[in-house]
Design a protein around this ligand. Structure first.
Ligand code: TYM
Length: 332
């Protein structure tokens, strides 16, 4: 069985992009893969997180993942700071990855922007930790949204250079799994920007804990153009906002852009937004309710994370110990 690893940052409430681009696929992959899912709190502190909130955000995200259908009997679910193997391998990878490779990371350039001299060094070396997350388990498949593609290419470069430098075929190649018609969900206010937790306009993001009225309002106010929906995908060319809403609808109904347009082509956005909002509410309301239910029992939740961390550690420990041996660290 192929081993899957993926992660999500507890840096705020998870949103529709996280759900359709990643988490929903994680749930499905549980059936026929050995899956390890991680709430990556070490990654979250690459930008400032309020220490009074971080632990709650970590719990809240774990609860949301369970509510989406991650099954702790089928998969491992844990938080990153509980398994030191990630840090040990990340340090080795800090010494394998090259400055030039990291300098090319578009996500760093976007996040740092004009603040390049002021952002944390952790934000710069972030992709090395991400490579360590995956390779500490010898995972070979990584289901993510489209925005993580470049980071996974880098992880493969790091694995190859490690194998070459230390003369061992030790780390396997990683295959990104970028699945479905919503692998890049865009902002509801600007079809050229991805939906993101850090977007200042709350109106651009559907959070998994939004209530029915909020979802309906955000969809009603979503930017569109005055034309009706086209009847085939070619008609979405140059209409990023329309393409985004159709992609969300396609993902929720498990079809593709063409099928949605066969059904709804010719309709105005008023009518389409109504059905889309209803569909979103039907999908997300049960998740929000279940998240609240799980959060009310934090002892059970913490037990699941603790158990997941110990099992994760048992897998990662010998792999990272072998990497350290290859590097030449003294083991006494
Ligand atoms: P994060 O926390 O930003 O996002 C979690 C997952 O959601 C996907 N995603 C999206 N998909 C579609 N449309 C969007 N607008 C959208 N926004 C986010 C992301 O692609 C991701 O799959 N670096 C990672 C976390 C990470 C990780 C890992 C992932 C750490 N270590 C190892 C895989 C393997 C991140 O910041 O995801």
């Amino acid at each position: 069985m192929q081993r899957i690893f993926s992660g999500i940052q507890p840096s705020g409430v998870p949103h529709l992009g996280n759900y359709l681009g990643a988490v929903r696929n994680w749930v499905r992959l549980q059936q026929d893969h050995d899956c390890i899912y991680c709430v990556v709190d070490l990654h979250a502190i690459t930008v400032w997180q309020d220490p009074k909130e971080l632990a709650n955000q970590t719990r809240g995200l774990a609860a949301a993942l369970l509510a989406c259908g991650i099954d702790p009997k089928a998969s491992l679910l844990f938080h990153q700071s509980a398994v030191y193997a990630h840090l040990r391998l990340a340090w080795i990878f800090n010494c394998v990855a090259r400055m030039g490779w990291l300098n090319r990371m578009t996500q760093f350039k976007e996040k740092a922007g004009k603040e390049r001299e002021n952002v944390s060094t952790g934000l710069f070396t972030y992709p090395n930790l991400m490579a360590a997350d995956i390779l500490a388990y010898h995972a070979t498949r990584v289901p993510v949204g489209d925005d993580q593609r470049q980071h996974l290419e880098l992880a493969n470069d790091i694995a190859q250079k490690f194998n070459h430098d230390y003369g061992a075929e030790f780390f396997p190649a990683i295959e990104p799994m970028i699945l479905g018609p919503a692998a890049r969900v865009m902002s509801l206010r600007d079809g050229s920007k991805k939906m993101s937790k850090s977007d200042a306009s709350g109106q651009s993001v559907i959070n998994l804990n939004d209530d029915a009225d909020t979802i309906a309002l955000k969809i009603r106010r979503a930017k569109t153009d005055p034309e009706p929906l086209p009847s085939e995908p070619a008609g979405l060319e140059g209409r990023p906002e329309a393409r985004n809403l159709v992609g969300i609808y396609a993902a929720l109904t498990d079809t593709d852009h063409a099928a949605v347009l066969r059904e709804h082509g010719g309709k105005g956005f008023g009518a389409f937004k109504q059905v889309l909002a209803d569909l979103l509410v039907a999908h997300l309301s049960p998740i929000a309710a279940e998240t609240q239910r799980l959060l009310a029992d934090s002892a059970t939740l913490d037990g699941i994370l603790h158990d997941g961390a110990r099992k994760a550690e048992a897998i990662a420990e010998p792999i990272v110990a072998e990497a350290e041996r290859l590097v030449g660290f003294l083991k006494v």
